[in-house]
Design a protein. Structure first.
Length: 390
């Protein structure tokens, strides 16, 4: 995996230990409409992707130590998914749920890839198309009824038990996919290297992928996220390195069905790792905040169609309070109430030996914070681009 920024002040051992907190239960912290649903000593050390099929059923995937982990929400609490059939992997990096008996997860094992499908009873391994992407192993997937989309160094679609491959130019990697339906999807990525490269966005019309015009973002912006609320409201986002290497420079563009518009506005000093439409023409954005002076609070940004508003997330009871330690890698609606899930990780304070623990983190917004019923991106399958600093 290519690590492009330092999330923590030191390289720390992943003695990944954490405490399971029920959303809204005893010990759950709240701030500005977000509450901690999982932190502390849990089975998850870092969570990269989340997907929900209702208020009482969701999945989040990631890793702990040297092994992949899949977590499941039952409407009351998050716990490790114990359904049979899961292969041993280093990390699960993407999950996409269509229904209680139709869930997909993608991960990596060694230099190979793993793809599994949950049929409501057990997980079954499905042969993934293409070779494992050695540059960006955290390839995206997104599922709709009857079709699965997969990215990486090509665009793949899976339907009726067969894969179709759409080849990409050399140096292009698809980093995120968001589908409105089996016949309407969007994929974004970059022609690498970033310096001298450019963002690419493709549209799937049910038959083939077509390259769209380039979004008007700052040169060097690595567009690793896309989110589609409707055919005339499609977002791509990413970040560029500051010339002085002091802070990231985020960028967000919106497609209105005809042209791209740069809507970055007041969004600043932010590693953008996850975006999701709010269901009302606006957008949620999160990742890793690098605002000065450095602080440890988790941060979300909300765009209402005109204005960006910065909002604090909830802090974990055992989270570090001295240095920026929170990162979120995915967002997804938590059912149809307007609430959202956010998943990632955070670090605890250094102990007497200078060691830290990195714990998985899941937060949930209240419906009031989510601005109403969410539509458009029910699967939440973005994959995180940040990792433990090294």
């Amino acid at each position: 995996m290519l690590v492009r920024h330092l999330l923590r002040t030191t390289a720390v051992p992943l003695a990944l230990a954490s405490t399971l907190l029920t959303a809204g239960g005893a010990g759950a912290a709240e701030a500005s409409g977000w509450e901690v649903a999982l932190s502390g000593d849990s089975p998850a050390g870092s969570l990269m992707s989340v997907s929900s099929v209702g208020e009482d059923l969701a999945w989040a995937v990631g890793r702990k130590g040297g092994g992949g982990v899949i977590m499941r929400w039952d409407g009351v609490s998050w716990s490790e998914d114990t359904a049979p059939g899961l292969p041993a992997v280093w990390q699960w990096s993407a999950v996409s749920a269509v229904a209680a008996d139709d869930v997909w997860a993608y991960g990596t094992v060694g230099r190979d890839q793993a793809l599994v499908h949950f049929d409501g009873t057990r997980w079954n391994t499905v042969q993934a198309a293409g070779a494992a992407d050695q540059d960006w192993p955290e390839v995206p997937i997104d599922a709709e009824p009857g079709r699965l989309f997969k990215g990486g160094n090509a665009l793949y679609t899976y339907a009726d038990g067969a894969w179709t491959t759409f080849g990409l130019p050399a140096g292009v990697d698809i980093r995120d996919i968001d589908a409105l339906s089996a016949d309407d999807a969007y994929a974004t990525g970059m022609r690498y290297p970033v310096k001298g490269g450019h963002p690419v966005t493709y549209h799937w019309d049910g038959t083939t992928w077509t390259l769209m015009g380039a979004p008007p973002l700052r040169t060097g912006t690595d567009t690793a996220e896309t989110a589609a609320g409707s055919p005339d409201s499609v977002y791509v986002a990413g970040w560029a390195e500051d010339p002085d290497a002091t802070a990231p420079v985020p960028g967000v563009a919106r497609w209105d069905g005809a042209v791209w518009e740069d809507i970055t506005g007041a969004l600043a000093t932010f590693y953008v790792h996850a975006i999701a439409p709010d269901g009302h023409g606006g957008l949620w954005v999160t990742g890793n905040d690098q605002a000065e002076p450095a602080y440890a609070d988790p941060v979300f940004w909300h765009f209402d169609g005109t204005t960006w508003t910065k909002e604090a997330g909830a802090t974990a009871p055992d989270g570090d309070t001295r240095w920026p330690s929170y990162s979120f890698y995915d967002l997804a609606p938590a059912g149809d109430s307007g609430a959202f899930w956010a998943v990632g990780d955070y670090s605890t304070p250094m102990d007497a030996h200078g060691d830290q623990t990195v714990n998985g983190l899941i937060e949930r917004s209240t419906p009031a914070s989510g601005t109403g019923t969410a539509t458009g991106t029910g699967t939440g399958t973005g994959t995180g681009t940040g990792t433990d600093g090294s």
